[in-house]
Design a protein around this ligand. Structure first.
Ligand SMILES: [Zn+2]
Length: 472
């Protein structure tokens, strides 16, 4: 019987919850976090992998929607690319045990159903390939083919795909029916994850704060009400956690990777692989580089007008240390730097660029270190949680898997680096009276060019809230 339902609404901003009457009610009757954050970079698949592994992108190695691995450009939205990545990594997609595998070790089951990319759905439960629970890409009417693992689940469903319903977001309606009519009665998961990809699609195309986004918020809210009502008809004691993978922002301009490449010193051009990731840019080394060469590359990027906060190991003015965002392990993957494309220009105007290769243009996006992209909603509602409690404490994706372990009465694997959100719980509101400690890390590139990163510390954890770069 389902005991925990985790719903991830792709691209839902915390400030947009007020436009969703059902989610607002769920928050008011449960616990909501004012300071919940995405992992950094604030991108879809890094968040999915961190929700599965309970570890930051520097540890999961899923640092972008697109990444570079051993000479291959990997689109982590595609299961075939993830299969390649798995083989490059010695037959393990993530280097840490996932929540789905941990549950399987204890005789429990996690099933992930997603209407985002099939790669995203697989990253929520990579062990499904080996028969641990299931991962079902409920996108039979969209541009992806139907996807399900393990093979037995795919075979069971492939012959009986229902028709698309009328109205907007037929996949989400289909996913709800699938969960109620098949997943719960036949697969009997203990933890069910639903990932809704619809809002993200709408906001990339139309931006935020417009009628298209607002219509999508209303529709998803209605769909969530139906899903959660129907799940609780079958399993009345289900604890529900609703969150997002990242926030969202309207793009002010586009940064073409080809233009960035022209900034790299010619002697190093073939040594660098730039991988565009929306409001973020990942810089990889294609070969072993000397420290002075890395610094020359970082200096070229820092000097560009579109460059916001840069996180890297390097002795270059203005660059922030990657500690807290990445682990040292990431350097071994060849990742030199994460460049956020958010900054304030000399007139004080906020700017968020979006990195592209070629002609693609997006009205909105995410992936930067801006508060708009980093901040996410986090709502916990159900018999295990307090009611009518708004928490001022920081929380992020890494805290969700350990919290689910605690809800299931299971130990938290040591590889999961988040904390149990005990202040949200009825039985042990342990951190309820603790106060986070603010910390700001500043890096200057001259007095008129200052990058500031904002962290909070609580219960042994460091939370990354946002970073911005101001030029004056
Ligand atoms: Zn997303």
């Amino acid at each position: 019987m389902v005991s925990t339902l985790l719903v991830v609404v792709d691209g839902l901003r915390a400030t947009d919850v007020q436009k969703m009457p059902f989610l607002t009610e769920l928050a008011q009757r449960g616990v909501s976090y004012r300071q919940a954050r995405s992992v950094a970079p604030s991108l879809t698949r890094p968040a999915a992998a961190s929700l599965a592994g309970g570890a930051p992108p520097g540890v999961t190695g899923i640092a972008g929607n697109r990444l570079w691995a051993d000479g291959h450009l990997i689109d982590t939205g595609r299961p075939d690319h993830l299969e390649l990545l798995r083989s490059l990594r010695g037959d393990r997609l993530l280097p840490v045990p996932t929540l789905g595998e941990h549950l399987a070790d204890h005789g429990r089951k996690l099933v992930a159903v997603g209407t985002g990319s099939n790669g995203c759905t697989l990253l929520l439960n990579p062990g499904a390939v080996d028969g641990h629970g299931a991962a079902i890409g409920a996108r039979p009417f969209g541009h992806d083919a139907f996807y399900a693992r393990p093979e037995s689940v795919r075979r069971r469903l492939a012959g009986s795909l229902p028709q698309a319903g009328d109205g907007p977001f037929p996949e989400l309606a289909w996913a709800t029916d699938l969960i109620v009519d098949y997943v719960i009665p036949e697969l009997a998961p203990d933890v069910l994850v639903l990932w809704s990809g619809e809002l993200d699609d709408v906001q990339h195309g139309n931006g935020v704060d417009g009628p298209a986004g607002d219509d999508a918020l209303s529709e998803i809210d209605r769909r969530l009400r139906r899903l959660i009502d129907r799940v609780r008809e079958q399993a009345p004691h289900t604890d529900v956690i609703v969150t997002a993978d990242h926030g969202f922002s309207n793009a002010t301009h586009t940064v073409d990777v080809a233009d960035i490449e022209s900034l790299i010193p010619p002697s190093l051009a073939d040594a660098v692989q730039l991988v565009e990731n929306n409001g973020g840019l990942l810089v990889y080394a294609r070969r072993r580089l000397r420290t002075t060469q890395i610094d020359a590359i970082l200096d070229a990027i820092m000097s560009a007008e579109w460059s916001g906060p840069v996180f890297a190991d390097g002795d270059v003015p203005g660059v922030l240390p990657p500690a807290g965002l990445w682990s040292a392990r990431t350097a071994a993957d060849g990742l030199l730097a994460y460049v956020s494309l958010t900054y304030h220009d000399r007139l004080g105007n906020p700017r968020i660029g979006h990195s592209v290769r070629g002609g693609a243009r997006f009205a909105g996006g995410h992936g930067s270190t801006s508060a708009a992209d980093m901040r996410i909603p986090l709502v916990l509602n159900g018999p295990s949680f307090r009611t009518a409690h708004e928490s001022p404490l920081p929380a992020d994706h890494l805290d969700i898997p350990p919290t689910i372990c605690r809800l299931m009465g299971l130990p938290v694997p040591p590889s999961m680096s988040g904390r149990v959100l005990s202040e949200a719980g009825l039985l042990a509101p342990g951190n309820a009276s603790a106060l986070p400690e603010d910390r700001r890390v500043v890096a200057e590139r001259g007095a008129a060019d200052v990058t500031t990163a904002h962290f909070q510390h609580l219960a042994g954890r460091q939370y990354f809230l946002s970073a911005d770069r101001h030029r004056s």
